[in-house]
Design a protein. Structure first.
Length: 251
């Protein structure tokens, strides 16, 4: 069996937890990594609290192949991610000259420049993640990838990692729409899942064109197994008196 490559996403920011800012980074990172063959197995939203960030990095970096963080690398007092990564790895926090030079290309009064240069701080030994927008770069410390929280900037940073990471098999999906309640097919679905333990089979209720039903989603890396499970599910839907709708892959 092929060993999967796994990731954990740490979304850092009080503004996310308060509900003031709606996170869209998780969806983009998980979708992109999935297309690359990296399975996101866990995601956490944590506050701008130093010990919480440090503990989260320490507890996850050995559990997953990659840790991706967003948020907390700006120029304000609560942007403490770089400092916390340095503390998690027990190294000094230093000013990276490459980032500093990029920041200094935009003239500013001394006080403002001093604040901006806080974004040039990285843990000693880190390497940089390019920022195609032209702003300060992110950084990598071992298997921890630290990126901006602003979606446009984060997406640019993530795009530069394409082809650079260890990857595994790409997870494929197949969806079937059934105008049945979950309870009407749950027993049969459980039996099908037991036959295909290498797959993940989920059911998701919906309302469509004033009708209620369930979307049945099959996910896995074995295309033949996915096809067999899909045929079994469609047969089960038909046996329950409804016509299944095969939505195809990636739905």
């Amino acid at each position: 069996m092929t060993t999967p490559v796994t990731a954990c996403i740490l979304i850092i920011g009080n503004e996310i937890l308060s509900g003031r800012t709606q996170d869209i980074n998780l969806n983009h990172i998980a979708t992109t990594l999935g297309e690359w063959g990296i399975a996101v197995r866990e995601a956490r939203v944590i506050p701008d609290v130093a010990q919480v960030i440090i503990d989260a990095i320490k507890s996850t970096r050995s559990q997953f192949d990659y840790i991706f963080t967003t948020g907390g690398i700006g120029p304000t007092h609560d942007d403490i991610t770089a400092e916390c990564v340095a503390r998690a790895f027990d190294v000094d926090l230093i000013q990276d000259q490459t980032i500093a030079e990029r920041i200094q290309q935009r003239p500013a009064p001394e006080e403002i420049m001093e604040s901006r240069l806080l974004m040039a701080r990285v843990p000693k030994g880190a390497t940089l993640i390019d920022n195609p927008t032209g702003g300060p770069q992110g950084f990598v410390m071992h298997n921890v990838y630290v990126m901006a929280g602003i979606p446009r900037i984060m997406q640019g940073m993530l795009s530069t990692l394409a082809g650079q990471l260890k990857t595994g098999p790409v997870v494929k999906s197949r969806s079937i729409r059934a105008y049945l309640g979950e309870s009407e097919i749950s027993k049969t679905l459980g039996a099908i899942q037991a036959q295909f333990l290498e797959l993940d089979i989920g059911s998701y209720p919906f309302a469509h064109e004033q009708r209620y039903g369930t979307t049945l989603v099959i996910r896995g890396i074995d295309q033949a197994a996915i096809e067999s499970a899909a045929q079994a599910i469609m047969a089960a839907v038909s046996a329950a008196g409804q016509t299944p709708e095969d939505l195809g892959p990636g739905q």
